[in-house]
Design a protein around this ligand. Structure first.
Ligand SMILES: Cc1ncc(COP(=O)(O)O)c(C=O)c1O
Length: 413
């Protein structure tokens, strides 16, 4: 089916500058572990005011790295939100952690800090927040809880490159921030991500563990000979850090993984960073246009930009009220997609209700606000900077027509 307003597979149309940057990288001496990766990391760090940035192959791999750096493992409990892409919790599940789901604020769709504290036990180690749809989670109360109970905080920043909380860049408030530069994200490197931290030790660990090195406290290696051989004079090997000169204290070390970003992605990322404000501003402009066009529609509520947030509208969310309109939300979504040609993708099905979490004992009723909001109210319209004025007008008209059609089906003539 071809849509009047498709969801779009790219977050923004690339310009000549991006294309030239990638072609330039293609002509260079290396496509991996070269100067562009390092430059992208420095530029991104400067842009968000972070001390350390490690570029990764995705946000997923940045989250895996975060879980490893924090040493989370079996028996540890981590509190997070059910309103996210399930990948937020996958590294935790993979490491055998127990996930506890707090609930969300029904308008911002981010964690409601008041629902976190009752879940804290002596096994709780970390809080993983998700800045949903481009808007900050209310971080101050969460950081206060983390301080009080000695918990780490990870920010899933997949939706928020350039988003802020009380003027501070998202990703720099908790212990670790994980970004995505997937094709659909506000800025893109094709596939890609970044791990951000102000903590020197985490940064050093991430540098080793994100690039298949091993990491641990080292002691000098004593043997001058290896079997019958003298220690080799030339033993530079990018993949085995200091293998002939050091051992790990008590034989204890961590093994990393290849989570690196390629030079092509980094080249694209550098060019996209130069456009990040323009791209985010255009999303804000579109959201304001949609808000203005839909403010007075009975049974349709708007998402409010919280006073502490600079919302960069990775997603544009509306709230449908079935009680006012007199028909279930699915009828409205069907109208938008099937009658109006607007491709509907809802982000996200509450993840505590996914099969693997149900198998682990989670069930309906655990996060009542997230459940009610998702099943009854939450609607998302496509948003990206290359939406045309005609597409924006079409969406405003489509919502109005859908509400009118469903309301008139109910009202007796
Ligand atoms: C909230 C959230 N976290 C993590 C990810 C994973 O990002 P990536 O595709 O870069 O691994 C996504 C991607 O959609 C996401 O939306």
């Amino acid at each position: 089916m071809s849509f009047t307003v498709p969801y779009s597979g790219v977050s923004n149309k690339l310009g000549e500058a991006e294309i030239a940057a990638v072609v330039d990288a293609l002509r260079s001496d290396t496509l991996a572990m070269g100067p562009r990766g390092a430059q992208f990391e420095r530029r991104f760090a400067d842009r968000i005011g972070a001390k350390h940035v490690q570029a990764t192959s995705s946000c997923t791999t940045a989250l895996f790295l975060a879980a490893q750096l924090l040493g989370l493992g079996p028996g540890d409990e981590v509190i997070t939100t059910p309103q996210t892409f399930w990948v937020t919790t996958w590294p935790l599940q993979a490491r055998g952690c127990d996930i506890r789901f707090a609930d969300i604020d029904p308008n911002s769709l981010t964690l409601d800090p008041a629902t976190i504290e009752p879940l804290i036990t002596e096994r709780t180690r970390s809080i993983w927040v998700v800045h949903h749809g481009g808007q900050a989670t209310d971080m101050d109360p969460i950081m206060a809880l983390a301080d009080r109970y000695g918990l780490s905080v990870v920010e899933d920043c997949a939706h928020v490159p350039g988003g802020t909380y009380r003027g501070r860049a998202l990703g720099t408030i908790g212990d670790l921030g994980c970004f995505s530069f997937h094709s659909l994200k506000n800025m893109t490197t094709g596939e890609g991500g970044a791990l951000v931290t102000d903590n020197d030790r985490y940064a050093e660990m991430a540098r080793a563990l994100g690039t298949i090195h091993t990491w641990g406290d080292t002691v000098p290696r004593r043997e001058e000979r290896i079997g019958p051989y003298a220690r080799p004079a030339y033993y530079r090997d990018a993949h085995v850090r200091s293998s002939y000169t050091v051992d790990y204290r008590d034989g204890r070390y961590l093994v990393g993984n290849n989570y690196r970003m390629s030079e092509l992605s980094a080249a694209l990322g550098i060019a996209q960073l130069g456009r990040l404000d323009e791209l985010n501003d255009r999303r804000r402009e579109i959201a304001a246009r949609l808000d203005d066009g839909l403010r007075d529609v009975p049974g349709i509520g708007l998402q409010v930009e919280q006073p502490y947030a600079h919302h960069i509208y990775h997603l544009y969310t509306l709230f449908y009220d079935p009680a006012v309109i007199g028909a279930p939300k699915d009828d409205f979504l069907r109208h938008l997609q099937e009658v109006e040609g607007i491709e509907i993708v809802l982000r996200y099905f509450p993840i505590h209700l996914l099969p693997e979490f149900r198998a682990a004992g989670h069930s309906y009723g655990e996060c009542p606000v997230a459940e009610r909001t998702y099943f009854e109210h939450q609607v998302q319209l496509p948003i990206y900077p290359h939406l045309t004025e005609a597409q924006i007008d079409h969406m405003i008209g489509a919502v109005r027509r859908g509400v009118a059609a469903l309301s008139s089906e109910r009202s007796p003539r």
